[in-house]
Design a binder for this molecule. Structure first.
Ligand SMILES: [Zn+2]
Length: 180
């Protein structure tokens, strides 16, 4: 366990998962699988936190969305959800063998909470992202050209109570900070 903690958790998870193929009902291995799965998911989440924000509020109610980063982040959310889902299944199996373990129940509660939080974050990000072209149309208010929402950075700007404009990020920056 200490040894496995020192090496990376993804590697440890592989070792434990292979062990489970040979000994499917091993409680120790099931617990380790859940634990390492959780750590892998946790590391993936921490990595996400250190990246530039995919969706960010600028001043004056302007919203900046980086299409590429958002797409990548949503993919990463899915990956984390899958790893956590596997950990959750391992916990469920453990609970079948050992239904009264408080520790296992508490761990399951914790993983379920993480899964719910991830699902709701991912849903709200997807909604913001998918609604983008519907709200403001598909053309840049600056250069009047098409915006590729999945791969370009763009900003939304409220122009009245009911109207939104969308800009390519570079077009918007040029407008707000014109070169001398
Ligand atoms: Zn433009």
């Amino acid at each position: 366990m200490t040894e496995a903690n020192k090496s990376n958790f993804a590697g440890a998870l592989d070792v434990v998962s292979n062990g489970l193929n040979a000994h499917p009902a091993s409680e120790g291995l099931l617990f380790l699988k859940a634990y390492f799965g959780y750590k892998v998911a946790d590391n993936l989440s921490n990595e996400l936190g250190s990246r530039p924000a995919a969706i960010r509020s600028l001043q004056n109610g302007v919203l900046m969305i980086d299409g590429t980063a958002t797409t990548r982040m949503l993919e990463r959310f899915e990956e984390i959800g899958k790893v956590l889902g596997d950990a959750d299944s391992a916990i469920d199996e453990l609970l079948q063998v050992n239904p009264n373990s408080q520790e296992v129940m508490a761990f399951k509660g914790y993983i379920d909470m993480k899964l719910q939080k991830l699902a709701s974050e991912s849903r709200s990000m997807r909604t913001t992202f998918n609604n983008s072209p519907k709200i403001a149309g598909g053309f840049c208010a600056g250069c009047k050209k098409n915006i590729s929402f999945a791969s370009q950075a763009f900003v939304f700007r409220k122009v009245s109570a009911t109207q939104m404009e969308v800009w390519h990020l570079p077009c918007y920056e040029q407008k707000t900070n014109p070169p001398n």
